[in-house]
Write a protein that binds this ligand. Structure first.
Ligand code: HEC
Ligand SMILES: [Cu+2]
Length: 311
């Protein structure tokens, strides 16, 4: 591992923003620190025991204006830094068209990656440069953390729920990937590489990979295995909503209110159906939280999203 590359490479849009923020705050802190330190030294020398400095009562402007000015000035700087950092970070990642959605599964002690067309890889992540990437991540066992220093990105990867990361790589090259959450004996070996390629090179690379079933195909098999169709199939006797074309639609909820059927909603509908009941239906759908693993729920969501609108 090359230490220079680790510390200095700025390989994503996010990396630039983080570095600018970090070094600006370091600079502001240095100015405040030096000002205080110099004043400390000057006053220590000037007002040392036996010096001839004037020691009468302080003039009023010193106790009022300077004191108030200094206090409110530094408070303002602190609030500014807070606003800057909170405003600059994405609080709720939302999918948008044109993003390349890649699924990452962590387990003791490897990173498993699945590309949209079904290509799979282990301990490496190949991505095209300048394309917005959305990683949808989950863990099969304990808590891991997806950490790419050159992108200045770190995100916990948790069992039973999914977390997401959005970024755009800006520099072709190979960058280190670490697990940044102690996850067992081989934690320090849970490393990999992120390979950023030009778009044609990525397409060629994808083509050469062994392809497993795509996420949608996995989901289709699970849909059959869990018997979802018993209620949701168009001809079913059970009164259950049609799932075709549901993704992205507005759903009316019983008891008023409505939600947009995004990934989070679909996940929730499968893992804890009682949370949001679709208006006009009975709450008879069983929860699959303990039946389906987090990666299986992801596959089911992908399959539901792929279903065309029925007539
Ligand atoms: C026993 C029948 C039954 C089974 C089995 C069942 N569901 Fe449902 N499902 C329902 C009913 C009824 C609703 C509407 C009430 C609600 O929102 O909980 C529903 C709601 C949903 C919704 C939200 C639909 C909307 O319009 O908001 C999704 C998504 C869904 N189910 C997916 C699945 C998946 C995936 C499976 C299999 C893993 C499954 N269901 C198995 C009966 C069932
Ligand atoms: Cu780990």
């Amino acid at each position: 591992m090359n230490a220079m590359r680790l510390t200095l490479a700025e390989a994503s849009r996010n990396a630039r923003d983080v570095d600018i923020a970090f070094f600006s705050v370091l600079g502001i802190s240095a100015v405040i620190f030096l000002t205080l330190f110099i004043l400390l030294v000057v006053f220590t020398v000037r007002y040392r025991k036996g010096s001839l400095a004037r020691r009468g009562p302080l003039p009023r402007w010193l106790t009022r204006e300077i004191e108030i000015g200094w206090t409110s000035g530094t408070v303002f700087v602190a609030i500014f830094i807070f606003w800057w950092f909170v405003g600059g970070s994405q609080i709720l990642p939302r999918a948008f068209p044109g993003q390349l959605e890649i699924h990452v599964e962590a387990r003791q002690w490897m990173w498993k990656v699945q590309h949209p067309d079904g290509a799979r890889e282990i301990d490496s992540l190949h991505i095209p440069v300048d394309v917005p990437i959305r990683l949808v991540m989950t863990s099969e066992d304990v808590i891991h953390s997806f950490f790419v220093p050159a992108f200045r990105l770190k995100q916990d990867v948790l069992p039973t729920i999914t977390t997401e990361l959005e970024f755009t790589a800006t520099t072709p090259g190979t960058f280190d990937l670490f697990c940044a959450e102690y996850c067992g004996a081989q934690h320090s070996r849970m490393t990999g590489q992120v390979v950023v390629m030009t778009a044609p090179a990525y397409a060629a690379w994808l083509h050469q990979q062994p392809h497993g079933d795509s996420l949608v195909r996995d989901g289709e098999a699970l849909y059959a295995k869990f018997g979802c169709g018993a209620c949701h199939a168009p001809g079913s006797q059970v009164k259950a909503p049609k799932l075709g074309g549901l993704a992205g639609q507005r759903v009316m909820l019983s008891g008023g209110g409505q939600v947009v059927a995004d990934d989070a909603y679909l996940r929730r509908a499968i893992q804890s159906p009682r949370d949001d009941i679709a208006a006009g239906y009975d709450p008879i759908m069983p929860s699959y939280a303990t039946v389906a693993t987090a990666p299986e729920v992801e596959a089911l969501v992908a399959y539901v999203k792929s279903l065309p609108k029925e007539e």
